[in-house]
Design a binder for this molecule. Structure first.
Ligand code: PXG
Length: 291
């Protein structure tokens, strides 16, 4: 695979960053995880928009325009002859000194890695997954706001380890007030009657692009979609629950902390959204190759 680093493509073996890069030293940077389907990059503009918002929040100047970054992403797919895949785009503060001061990092680095994607097993979508709430809480919004997709994911990684220790793939993270924030790399939703509910951003959720897409699809299908604080009690008593994310798409959840959710199998609203989301990925996105 060819990796884009600061305007050049190099072989993955020689794709290296400096040990003085503040992305490595301090997790000082931002990133995006993007998918390509059928020769198109899904929601490319939305991902680049969010990258710029994350960068703005940490006072990181991305040394490229929005358009140039979209084009570099498409070119990275072309160089790797990708039609379906996963794109990891990151902007680090760049190489500096061993001290914290970001002013000693003259130029941010832009890296684009294109890869194939490791999907959850198909049966997980058919049977649904079990998840648990973990002890590691979400970062405070007045610390590193979780809306920033920063390179510092240790909070989420700890929660992921705790999920694995409990024998499941994903973890529900609560915020410091005890409300549901989201999972380690996915947003969370519950269905109750005709309502589709998900935690608001101020609860410590990421402004998920899959989240926004699924909310639109649900509204079109006649659901009342609301962002509201949720407790574990609300989730336990939901008709249906599912997770959304670029990698996972829409994944049904059938068990939370040992409580069976709804009928214990993926429900009709979830199945409808899995299908509608999948259908949308097949027909929309920024074309990688000229027609
Ligand atoms: N919450 C968090 C904390 C995320 O990192 C999502 C929700 C879903 O957002 P999108 O925009 O993708 O719908 C994410 C993004 C992984 C992995 O390897 C997943 C994400 C990021 C980094 C790695 O599973 N998901």
């Amino acid at each position: 695979m060819k990796v884009y680093i600061d305007g050049k493509f190099c072989d993955e073996k020689s794709a290296k960053v400096s040990v003085f890069d503040h992305g490595l030293l301090y997790g000082d940077g931002v990133f995006e995880g993007i998918r390509a389907y059928h020769g198109r990059v899904f929601k490319l503009k939305e991902h680049i928009d969010r990258l710029f918002c994350s960068a703005k929040a940490i006072l990181l100047r991305i040394p490229m325009s929005h358009e140039a970054l979209c084009e570099a992403t498409l070119e990275a797919c072309r160089r790797n002859k990708i039609r379906d895949g996963y794109i990891r785009l990151l902007v680090t503060r760049g190489a500096g000194t061993l001290g914290l001061d970001p002013n000693r990092c003259p130029k941010a680095s832009v890296i684009i890695i294109v890869a194939t994607i490791q999907l959850y097993p198909k049966e997980l979508y058919e049977r649904g997954m079990g998840i648990v709430t973990v002890p590691t809480t979400r970062n405070l919004i007045n610390a590193i706001n979780p809306a920033i997709k920063s390179l510092n994911y240790l909070n989420n990684i700890l929660a992921k380890i705790e999920a694995h220790n409990a024998g499941v793939e994903e973890a529900i993270m609560l915020n410091s007030e005890g409300f549901v924030a989201e999972c380690t790399g996915d947003n969370i939703f519950m269905v109750k009657g005709n309502q589709l509910l998900t935690p608001p951003l101020y609860a410590g959720a990421l402004y998920g692009i899959t989240r926004a897409t699924v909310m639109d699809l649900a509204r079109e299908a006649g659901f009342q979609v609301m962002e509201t604080n949720l407790t574990r009690y609300d989730l336990f008593n939901a008709d249906e629950c599912f997770l959304t994310g670029t990698g996972a798409e829409v994944v049904p959840v059938v068990k939370i902390d040992g409580r069976v959710i709804g009928a214990g199998k993926p429900g009709p609203a979830t199945r409808m959204l899995v299908e509608k989301y999948h259908a949308l990925t097949q027909v929309s996105g920024a074309p990688i190759y000229a027609k």
